[in-house]
Design a protein around this ligand. Structure first.
Ligand code: 5FX
Length: 532
């Protein structure tokens, strides 16, 4: 597919702490980037890290008007910097997953009649029934989760339908809570969007469909039929489908940008809006993950993404519809104990130095002489267990390790966990498998070496500071040709590739094969101790 280099595609990411945008040209080179930080650029909303944590410490929300104002601001910034909107052929993007937006009756009218002389924020003042949108960090809906699981016969049954057991942050449970405790506001609502479809609605000047991939994070959609699951909908709120409308493929062109953007910013009349999706699915696209690859993001929380063909939903992790290929799926596993735990051990065992941490890693043989550690400083998500647990080569609990053994036990334990849980979700290492690493710790070669050895696969790194919005720009480009059968991989084949960082050490598989089994058994034991 040849695209003139002067055409342009935009990708937006409405993430937790900021709104970001990336522009790429027809050769898939990044030409512009910008961002708006919620806390510092929009201080009037008084957020911390883009959110408000309520008194119960469980309820976490973000002001919906902040997101609207951020869009006004980022587009103004681009315009003032001389960005030429007239070349934009298509745009797409992503949003933090699971968050929800409640459009008040009459909001559709407002969206359809935007005055190009005014900013969006002032015109949409009255358009939201709920001002504080629940976001993914919320964990206040345990009761609603229990109701949903029991209505469909249990956690595994719910996972078999929706790809995940009930999670507090998942949108269906959040909607059930709003319906229960803010009934008047719920009744004033004419449409419910995810953060992603809300963002698409702003560009479209009309309500945008929820896409299959982000729709999978709601505990409401049957990920196999790609329709709302009637038993889940009934157990959440009666007649909920009227407020959600049918989900659409993530590659769908939803329409052209609204006249507002044409007149105010100079977008061309035929600039298309491609369905927005969740930030994790957006990252999968931005990293150009392929079947068989695994992406490991080493950040505040560690996440693992997989491209899978034959999903096996379990009560751990999530299966989402794949955002770039409607015949595939993606698995996502989220670990709460990521870089904060690595930093703690670095401080305690290597005097705060990453160099010392690396030296210690190199000084102990791979496999750590059979010692295994599980370090859950905070209650882990996968599995829901807590505490620091050390085992010697006979599987006996031990109180301490030497500093070097502690460091290797932490890194090996974190990666063994990732491979064990990925395999439970159906991941298989096949010839040609690549591990794509990203996030802060991916700049440390010694950590990457352990990752490569545990997965017995080469590790590639990619600059994914903007992977979700880069994915939005790629998806915008692909959306224009997806209907005619062009695959995503084909559409973005000219994009810059990932760099090979390390390859597995000879003999690693013989060592980590048995350790994986032992790790899984020990983790099971720790989980039993946590849950009683
Ligand atoms: C995934 O399930 C999550 O809850 C988070 O990664 C959010 O998408 C972050 F925005």
């Amino acid at each position: 597919m040849a695209a003139p280099a002067d055409c342009c595609y935009l990708g937006f990411d409405f993430s937790t702490q900021q709104l970001k945008v990336v522009a790429i040209d027809g050769n898939l080179q990044v030409t512009n980037q910008s961002n708006v930080q919620f806390d510092s650029d929009l201080p009037e909303f008084r957020t911390q890290g883009g959110v408000h944590i309520h008194e119960d410490r469980l309820t976490v929300t973000s002001p919906v008007h902040m997101w609207v104002k951020a869009l006004d601001l980022i587009l103004e910034k681009m315009k003032n910097a001389g960005f030429d909107f007239s070349n934009v052929k298509a745009l797409s993007g992503s949003g933090q997953q699971h968050g929800s937006v409640y459009w008040r009756k009459g909001a559709r009218q407002a969206l359809q009649h935007l005055d190009p002389g005014r900013d969006l924020h002032s015109m949409l003042q009255g358009s939201f029934a709920v001002q504080d949108s629940p976001v993914w960090m919320d964990s206040s809906t345990t009761e609603q989760c229990q109701c949903l699981e029991s209505a469909v016969g249990g956690a595994q049954q719910l996972a078999d339908i929706t790809g995940s057991r009930a999670y507090e942050r998942f949108t269906g449970n959040q909607i059930a809570k709003i319906h229960q405790f803010q009934t008047d506001k719920y009744n004033e609502t004419e449409r419910i969007s995810l953060v992603s479809s809300f963002a698409a609605s702003l560009f479209l000047g009309d309500y945008a469909a929820i896409d299959y991939s982000d729709g999978s994070g709601m505990n409401l959609m049957d990920i196999f039929t790609k329709k709302w699951s009637q038993p889940c909908m009934n157990a959440t709120v009666p007649q909920l489908a009227e407020k959600l409308k049918e989900p659409k493929p993530s590659t769908a062109v939803l329409g052209s940008v609204s006249p507002y953007f044409i007149e105010r910013f100079g977008f061309p009349e035929d600039c298309k809006v491609v369905a927005f999706t969740g930030d994790n699915p957006g990252s999968l696209a931005g990293m150009r993950l392929q079947e068989g690859d695994i992406a490991v993001s080493l950040g505040t929380s560690d996440t693992v993404f997989l491209w899978i063909k034959e999903p096996r939903p379990t009560v751990e992790g999530h299966i989402f519809c794949n955002p770039v290929d409607c015949h595939s799926y993606m698995a996502l596993i989220c670990y709460k104990n990521g870089s904060l735990t690595r930093e703690r051990i670095r401080n305690e065992c290597a005097e705060g130095s990453w160099e010392g941490f690396s030296r210690a890693l190199r000084s102990v043989p791979i496999g750590n002489n059979g010692n295994i550690g599980i370090y859950f400083d905070a209650m882990e998500i996968t599995p829901p267990a807590v505490g620091v647990h050390r085992f010697d080569k006979h599987g006996r609990w031990v109180a301490t390790f030497t500093r070097e053994v502690e460091i290797r036990a932490l890194v090996e334990g974190q990666f063994l966990a990732k491979r064990v849980h990925a395999q439970k979700l159906g991941y298989k290492i096949i010839p040609g498998t690549r591990v794509l690493a990203t996030g802060g710790a991916s700049s440390n070669k010694d950590i990457l070496q352990v990752l490569s050895d545990v997965f017995n696969a080469p590790v590639y790194t990619i600059d994914v500071a903007n992977s979700a919005c880069l994915g939005g720009a790629y998806r915008a480009m692909h959306g224009l040709v997806a209907e005619s059968g062009v695959s995503f991989a084909e559409a973005v084949r000219k994009a810059p590739g990932a760099q090979l960082a390390v390859t597995p050490t000879t003999g690693a598989e013989e060592i980590y094969g048995p350790l994986l089994k032992r790790y899984a058994e020990l983790e099971e034991k720790v989980l039993k101790d946590t849950t009683g």
